[in-house]
Design a protein around this ligand. Structure first.
Ligand code: SAH
Length: 252
């Protein structure tokens, strides 16, 4: 009987893989991975394993979701030990749940291995605690992916005081997000950070405020994947940034 292991690869630094993820990558017969999985993580895949790139860059879905589901089902039905490797944690904005539903519907065995999600991994490497007694007692994760040019978010819940907002997939929608936050009562000088390539050598951290951030991000030339962190905890970055990648931190 084949089996599919849905494994979280973390944000990029391979040292953030769990022991269980490393063991499974070394035992797998097939590894089906997304574009967010770093090349350093892929070095842990057994040289004997077949590797299948499933894509999933925005607007460039190499395999469509149904094709990925069909592929996983057929590999498992061939009796293969399959690792489905996803960036970060597979259950956070990773469609991991949908893939497992497709497997469950076919009676295929599966297991889930959690990973360090971008919110915690990237914030850690940017020196931004997501909660802090002086600044934030709660933290909310949302997707900033735009549909028809607008982010369909519950804005009043995002502008609560003493809360950190972490936005996945929000780079393209950043101007709209900043505008909506201010329109719903957030201060124009609320601190915000955008972190590109968190935890790997090309990491860049750009900080600013709701009013000036869209322009700073353009000037810095940031590219996907980027994680956005909004809230007063961002003020701690100057004091707590510890990760010094070979590429200098961008300050604009
Ligand atoms: N399942 C993943 C998230 C998938 S959505 C997780 O748990 O992390 C993809 C989004 O994650 C990207 O658009 C970006 O917002 C964020 N992301 C993932 N890895 C990142 C990294 N190393 N640096 C910055 N953002 C990252």
């Amino acid at each position: 009987m084949g089996r599919v292991y849905l494994v979280g690869a973390g944000p990029g630094d391979p040292e953030l893989l769990t022991l269980r993820a490393v063991r499974l990558l070394q035992q797998a017969q097939v590894v089906v991975y997304d574009h967010l999985v770093s090349s350093a993580v892929l070095e842990f895949v057994s040289p004997n394993a077949q590797r299948i790139y499933a894509g999933k860059r925005r607007n460039e879905h190499t395999l469509r979701q149904e094709e990925i589901n069909t592929l996983l089902i057929s590999l498992a039905n061939q009796g293969k030990q399959v690792v489905r490797l996803k960036g970060g944690d597979p259950f956070i904005f990773g469609r991991g749940g949908e893939e497992l539903q497709a497997l469950a519907a076919q009676g295929i065995d599966f297991e889930v291995v959690p990973g360090v999600t971008a919110a915690s991994g990237v914030a850690s490497y940017a020196g931004i605690p997501l909660t802090h007694r002086d600044y934030a007692q709660s933290c909310i994760f949302v997707t900033g992916h735009l549909k028809n040019g607008t982010a369909d978010l519950d804005w009043p819940s995002l502008v609560r005081l003493n809360q950190t907002v972490v936005i996945y997939m929000g780079l393209g929608g950043l101007p709209e997000i900043c505008r909506q936050m201010m329109a719903h009562g957030a201060a124009a000088n609320l601190p915000i950070a955008v972190v590109q390539d968190g935890s790997i050598a090309s990491q860049k951290v750009v900080t600013g405020t709701l009013i000036d951030m869209p322009e700073r991000v353009v000037r810095a030339g940031l590219k996907s994947p980027c994680l956005t962190i909004i809230g007063n905890v961002v003020k701690l970055h100057d004091e707590l940034a510890w990760f010094k990648p070979p590429v200098a931190l961008t300050r604009v």
